[in-house]
Design a protein around this ligand. Structure first.
Ligand code: DQA
Length: 144
């Protein structure tokens, strides 16, 4: 199984940005955690981060007919981007939406998600563990 993990704007600032909300784990730590988890589970993984909406759309499009699953934390684009929603719909690759924080218990605008409409499930408020949970979810889906 081949999984693409995509992180949107400001997630490269993990460990630095608002540690009371997002914790002290850095983006590099996150990549290591994902890579180790995937190695253990025999999953091939590519990890990508961008602060630019169009680049995120290009990366989603690149999964078409190549990847079996997407794990995406679109950051603030979650709450605004129809382009990211349309890209996930276009490739029709099973996708899990992840948020480190519990978006539903924060400002009301964070409870809105466009990409959710194209996702198999949402994992929110589990911290960094949300990413490995999302990978496991896609693995379980593939077995069914
Ligand atoms: C986030 C939540 C978003 O509202 C925010 O804009 C982020 C991170 C999360 O992982 O909790 O950048 O997606």
């Amino acid at each position: 199984m081949k999984i693409m993990v995509i992180n949107g704007p400001n997630l490269n600032m993990l460990g630095i940005r608002e540690p009371d909300i997002y914790g002290r784990v850095t983006y590099k730590d996150l990549c290591n955690i994902i890579e180790n988890h995937c190695k253990e589970k025999g999953v091939e993984v590519e990890i990508y981060q961008s602060n630019h909406e169009g680049d995120l759309v290009d990366k989603i499009q690149s999964t078409y007919n190549v990847f079996d699953g997407i794990v995406i934390n679109p950051g603030a684009y979650t709450h605004t981007s129809i382009a990211i929603l349309d890209a996930v719909k276009a490739v029709a690759v099973p996708t899990v939406e992840v948020h480190i924080s519990d978006v539903d218990s924060r400002e009301p605008f964070r409870a809105v998600s466009y990409v959710r409409l194209a996702c198999e499930t949402v994992i929110s408020g589990r911290g960094i563990a949300g990413y490995t949970d999302a990978i496991d979810y896609l693995l379980q889906m593939e077995k069914k």
